[in-house]
Design a binder for this molecule. Structure first.
Ligand code: FMN
Length: 432
């Protein structure tokens, strides 16, 4: 008997490339108009994607008005308001909301995600992030974020509180016996009574047990502390990778950390990938270059300062990157950018253009080439799937579903119909 072929996990998100909104044929406000996001979700479901991933931030991105005025991501929709509406127009697609552990309260978030899981009949996911955009602090009455390590301590406790709250009710707690007048069985109610350094939460949750037991937990921090919490808590690890060899190292590291943390379930590693499709390689490469040409240099320099957690506006853009000290922003983000500059010997401006456009994994080529690369990453244990970004919307996703999806299905790498009853089952994750 031939062994069953491993299937790819396919998630998708709106493009983060700064030039995507200006690409010919792009709808510039696609990501913040309900009719477009509704069409996006339905198209992903037609393409048998596992889920829609919505990144988020609790502030406009950092930068002066001169640079912000060029950014489409300066405004967006709240994921936990948008996703329940998308749940109503889809049946199978997983719905992942990014939500910060730095500026939310676990009780509030537990009930909103549990509600999304109930409304969507078991399709909620939570991308657990710690806030690193400095503007978020100013929106919550503090001068700066908690220090990096403390942010992760709070995040760990936050997720423990969430798990306790989601366990408040057993699945069959609600007997609703009209004859006796008893609505629930008190033996099936569990009050968490959490007391910790960051949170005191008595519970129980006043939303019934999520359909999936617990929404799918996604995590994306990549520093030492970020990887550790991912190994302990995440079921899907979202990551930025650039090449196969380093992705294999990351994959093996996350698997072994999860085992060391006492996990017996296999965590899934899902890198972001920018897919740019063409009828020929040359056409796809031209499309890819066009995207970068649409990005403004001043915005790129401002974006670079944010990525580094350090203002580099006083330096000559034509010169090399100076020594960048550690900051309280993203450690993994800073390291990735500093490594890129050194590896390719880039000037500040060249580096800024790379960072602002997109600096992660790209697959540029014909549909066959894209499928070959995805299959290779899967077989070589560099990824369990991908979080796909398209060159532009709506055109990029339409092309992907028309050209790449049938080939993936033909190669046995993607389902033809949804197999599971909930998001967790489609992803092949353990039952909760
Ligand atoms: C792939 C990836 C995606 C992320 N997406 C978000 C996001 O949507 N919203 C957010 O506030 N932070 C996001 N983050 C930031 C992380 O939660 C974290 O704050 C940041 O990476 C700093 O932690 P680190 O030094 O451990 O990487 C993301 C990080 C990575 C690596």
């Amino acid at each position: 008997m031939t062994p069953q072929l491993k299937k790819l996990i396919l998630l998708a998100m709106p493009s983060i490339h700064a030039g995507a909104w200006r690409y010919p044929g792009a709808i510039p406000d696609f990501h913040r108009r309900f009719e477009h996001m509704k069409w996006f979700a339905k198209t992903l479901e037609k393409g048998r994607f596992d889920g829609l991933f919505l990144p988020d931030s609790l502030a406009v991105r950092a930068g002066s008005v001169d640079t912000l005025m060029r950014s489409s991501s300066v405004v967006t929709l709240d994921p936990l308001t948008l996703l329940p509406a998308l749940a109503a127009v889809t049946r199978h697609l997983g719905l992942i909301a990014t939500a910060s552990t730095t500026y939310n309260e676990p009780y509030m978030l537990a009930r909103r995600l549990a509600s999304l899981d109930v409304i969507s009949a078991g399709r909620a996911g939570w991308n657990l992030v710690t806030s690193s955009n400095p503007n978020e602090a100013a929106n919550f009455g503090v001068q700066s974020h908690l220090e990096h390590g403390a942010r992760y301590d709070r995040a760990r406790e936050f997720s423990q509180v969430m798990e306790g709250l989601w366990e408040s009710w057993e699945a069959d707690a609600f007997c609703m016996d009209a004859a006796s007048g008893v609505y629930f069985d008190p033996a099936k109610l569990h009050t968490p009574n959490h007391q910790g350094p960051h949170f005191a939460v008595k519970g129980p949750l006043n939303v019934a047990r999520p359909v999936q037991g617990r929404p799918v937990i996604v995590q994306a921090g990549a520093s030492e502390a970020g990887r550790q919490i991912a190994a302990e808590t995440a079921e899907v690890i979202f990551t930025y990778q650039t090449d196969l060899a380093s992705a294999q190292v990351f994959y093996a590291d996350m698997r072994s950390r999860a085992v060391a943390a006492g996990r017996t379930d296999a965590v899934k590693v899902v890198p972001a990938v920018l897919v740019v499709l063409g009828d020929t390689l040359e056409q796809a490469q031209r499309k890819r270059s066009r995207l970068d040409e649409l990005v403004d240099d001043q915005s790129c320099l401002a974006t670079l300062s944010i990525a580094l957690g350090h203002d580099i506006s006083a330096y000559d853009p034509a010169g090399p990157l100076p020594e960048i000290p550690e900051s309280n922003a993203s450690k993994s983000g800073r390291d990735r950018v500093v490594r890129l500059a050194a590896r390719e010997n880039l000037s500040i401006l060249a580096l800024a253009r790379r960072v602002c456009g997109y600096q992660g994994l790209e697959m540029v080529g014909t549909a066959e080439m894209i499928v070959d690369q995805m299959a290779l990453w899967l077989q070589q244990e560099a990824a369990d799937g991908f979080n796909v970004m398209f060159s532009h919307l709506p055109g990029g996703v339409s092309e992907f579903v028309a050209q790449v999806v049938p080939l993936l299905q033909k190669r046995g790498l993607l389902r033809k119909r949804y197999e599971g009853r909930c998001f967790r089952e489609n992803l092949g994750l353990v039952k909760r």
